[in-house]
Design a protein around this ligand. Structure first.
Ligand SMILES: Cc1cc2nc3c(=O)[nH]c(=O)nc-3n(C[C@H](O)[C@H](O)[C@H](O)COP(=O)(O)O)c2cc1C
Length: 205
């Protein structure tokens, strides 16, 4: 089948089902008035190694209401990405509804807010890894449209990882037990791992 996204009413559903699995950035942020916010975003990825840089794409609006996370990130230039393990999945899901700005999603989801080192927003204590981030730039995508997104580019300035998940050299990736976002209402746990060394090209002399 051939599909032209412009003629497919809900191509978004196809996109979400084929760009998989997506890691989840569980973003804690706070407003300039220090109202704390927590919400998940799966259009999330690494961008550069040095300085460590990540991207998250956040729709500017949910209906007519601006998404608090993007407002807070633009206002303060800071936030934390908390990874989501299987035990946190249901709590994470609770925070994704469109609550009024003043709602503290940490309390609502029964998660613990604990202070960060270099940014004002708290991190999620239960999370296996938290990455404190400082904003580099918000790149507007589809600017001016109702479907505008802000592509957030940010530097990771501090990293928290549970002691038992890092031996000083390697991360225990299975131990992270992170979940991935798929299409529809589906999520995944990590399955079988396999190794493959990077292919090296050696020109013949
Ligand atoms: C697993 C998951 C992934 C999501 N990924 C995104 C995303 O990548 N971009 C986005 O704009 N919204 C995404 N959402 C929806 C937001 O979490 C939702 O709009 C949330 O209410 C925004 O909260 P805020 O207004 O407090 O920022 C996702 C929701 C879930 C459950």
């Amino acid at each position: 089948m051939k599909i032209d996204p412009k003629t497919q009413d809900k191509f978004f559903n196809i996109l979400k089902a084929v760009v998989i699995p997506r890691p989840i950035a569980f973003v804690s942020s706070q407003s300039k008035d220090e109202v704390v916010n927590l919400a998940p975003f799966s259009f999330f990825n690494g961008v550069c190694y040095d300085p460590p840089t990540i991207s998250i794409s956040i729709a500017r609006f949910a209906g007519k209401k601006p998404k608090d996370s993007l407002v807070n990130i633009e206002e303060t230039g800071e936030f934390v990405i908390n990874l989501v393990n299987r035990n946190m999945a249901e709590a994470m899901n609770k925070t994704a509804a469109e609550y009024p700005s003043e709602v503290n999603e940490f309390e609502l989801a029964g998660l613990t807010a604990t202070p960060s080192e270099l940014v004002k927003a708290p991190r999620v204590l239960e999370s296996p890894v938290s990455l404190e981030c400082k904003l580099i730039q918000v790149v507007p995508v589809n600017e001016g449209s109702r479907k505008e997104c802000g592509l957030v580019l940010a530097e990771v300035v501090y990293c928290h990882i549970k002691d038992e998940l890092f031996d000083g050299r390697y991360v225990d990736m299975k131990g992270l037990n992170v979940i991935g976002r798929l299409g529809g209402h589906d999520y995944c746990e990590l399955g079988n791992f396999f190794k493959m060394k990077l292919q090296v090209y050696t020109p013949e002399t």
